[in-house]
Design a protein around this ligand. Structure first.
Ligand code: BYC
Ligand code: FE
Ligand code: FE
Length: 482
């Protein structure tokens, strides 16, 4: 462990990058700080800023014991700049610079590409906080409310992570981009966030659980792809962000699982054996399984759009330049340069999908997307286990990669969740078999109530199996301000 692993908490901005030795950078970040706080107060969690929240704060970056828990008011959270420990002598593991020492400064020829990737990554973080800002008002329990706020403060910290890189390595235009990150707004027509999924609403808690399952998982994949970057500060920053991402996906996966659990319990209790008897199920104030499937179809397809086109010269350039790698790059058994490799891509031939080999260098996005899908398949399998344990005849299925796409190679096609290419008119007429309609969304919204008594949960979600940091079931995770 180097001395930098220890986080300096004495300064305004906690950090393990020896900020105090770089006065002008420190001053620039201290100038950005009040604007961040203003953004947090305007666009962060609506209300609850005076409540005491049982939050985890990072105190170091070593894998063990990097966090401490305690009550914090969110505006007092110590948003810090934390990079994973520097690996002495680290070599670039992929691309045309493979084998060269990792860069500690931005190579001039890759400046624009790096800045763009950092800005896109940075933009998603505050966007998600904005999307989730009203959810505290309808939290199904104090446990869930606390998890929401934990996710929110950490996404705020991820914004800090990217802003640090912009300020330290990109001079004046970096500082301008950092300002713009506080000015764009999720869903705003005039100044929207950059990527589509981050302009969608997250109006209810089922959306939140789906978002943290599927969209935070895109975060994981994209961060993994940057975690081996030849630009060492980016690699180290994203590595530490990944340690926080685990909890976000946990909140999502277990959240959906608890919804399924509660629905199945109710179906069993009232002898409802047909999962499609929607009104019988809804009568008891739980989410029917077909609606869960539709919500999942929506969130998965919107998130798949975040991977860009399967075939992408942007992605090829980023890989070839040793800037953005693949998922688990160092564990892949190949030349890490993709000089002669091919990768199978889904292609539409006479309205049937076939796999067609393409140069792997052009298919880096497709591969990351496929690795993402494999990750999702495992999550859905854990959900199906719960349904099966109740003996209910229903399985949730991940929708086909080409279903309901707005970006990329499949966006021109009308594809069912099973992967059949059909007429646009047929698709339009049938879409509400696959995606939630207004009635479904209104039903979900009607379930949202604020449950603030410790240990109590809304009708539609089961309690978690364990508390946060080993706390008991009736722990007061949020002490609401009077
Ligand atoms: N929306 O070559 P193409 C997270 C544009 S989530 C709008 O196919 P490329 C988080 C693209 O910019 C992780 N535009 O794709 C989760 C390009 O435009 P230009 C976020 C899009 O560039 C939850 C053109 O289409 N991080 O952290 O290889 C909570 C052709 O692009 C979209 C990253 O994404 C879209 N969906 O890949 C909180 C990592 N897709 O340049 C946080 C950084 C494509 O021709 N970003 N376009 O004008 C990247 O690596 C890549 O930019 C992308 C796109 C994967 C986004
Ligand atoms: Fe994040
Ligand atoms: Fe996240």
């Amino acid at each position: 462990m180097s001395t930098f692993d220890k986080v300096d908490y004495d300064s305004l901005i906690p950090n393990n990058v020896d900020l105090s030795s770089d006065r002008s950078l420190q001053r620039a970040l201290e100038k950005w700080h009040p604007n961040f706080i203003k953004w947090w107060m305007d666009m962060g969690p609506n209300g609850f800023q005076n409540s005491e929240v049982y939050l985890r704060t990072a105190v170091g970056v070593d894998p063990e014991g990097w966090a401490k828990f305690g009550y914090v008011k969110m505006p007092d959270y110590r948003w810090g700049i934390l990079l994973s420990p520097k690996e002495e002598g680290r070599k670039i593991p992929f691309g045309q610079h493979k084998g060269e020492p990792a860069w500690q400064e931005v190579p001039g020829e890759y400046r624009a590409m790096l800045r763009r990737l950092i800005v896109i990554q940075g933009d998603t973080e505050p966007a998600s906080v904005e999307q989730q800002r009203f959810l505290g008002n309808t939290a199904p329990s104090l446990y869930d409310m606390r998890n929401l706020f934990q996710v929110n403060v950490e996404e705020g910290r991820h914004l800090w992570a990217m802003v640090y890189l912009l300020h330290k390595y990109f001079g004046r235009d970096g500082r301008e981009e950092a300002e713009l990150l506080l000015q764009r707004r999720s869903g705003n027509v005039d100044k929207p966030r950059i990527l589509g999924a981050f302009n969608e609403d997250t109006p209810d808690w089922l959306s939140f659980y789906m978002f943290t399952t599927f969209t935070d998982r895109d975060g994981k994949m994209q961060l993994e792809a940057l975690a081996n970057s030849g630009f060492d500060p980016l690699a180290r920053t994203t590595r530490f962000m990944l340690t926080e991402e685990g909890h976000h996906m946990f909140v999502g996966r277990t959240g959906v699982e608890r919804v399924i659990q509660k629905t199945c319990e109710i179906m069993k209790q009232h002898n409802i054996s047909d999962p499609f008897a929607i009104n019988d199920v809804r009568k008891y104030g739980v989410v029917d399984l077909p609606t869960l499937q539709k919500k999942m179809n929506f969130h998965v397809s919107v998130t798949l759009d975040l991977f860009g086109s399967d075939i992408s010269t942007n992605a090829a350039n980023a890989f070839n330049s040793s800037i953005k790698g693949r998922f688990h790059e160092t564990m892949i058994d190949d030349d890490h340069q993709l000089l002669n490799d091919t990768y199978p891509i889904l292609k539409n031939v006479n309205n049937k999908f076939i796999l067609s080999d393409e140069p792997a260098i052009n298919a880096v996005n497709a591969r990351l997307c496929d690795d993402y899908i494999n990750d999702c398949v495992q999550v859905v399998a854990t959900w199906n286990k719960v349904i099966k344990s109740f003996g209910i005849n229903f399985t949730l299925d991940l929708p086909h990669k080409a279903f309901h796409r707005k970006i990329g190679d499949y966006s021109e096609l009308s594809v069912t969740p099973k992967g059949d290419i059909i007429e646009a008119s047929t698709w339009n007429a049938q879409q509400h078999d696959w995606l939630p309609d207004n009635e479904d969304l209104e039903y979900i919204l009607s379930l949202m109530t604020n449950v603030t008594e410790p240990g109590k949960f809304a009708s539609w979600v089961a309690p978690p199996k364990a508390g946060i940091n080993g706390q008991p079931g009736d722990y007061e995770y949020v002490k609401l301000a009077a």
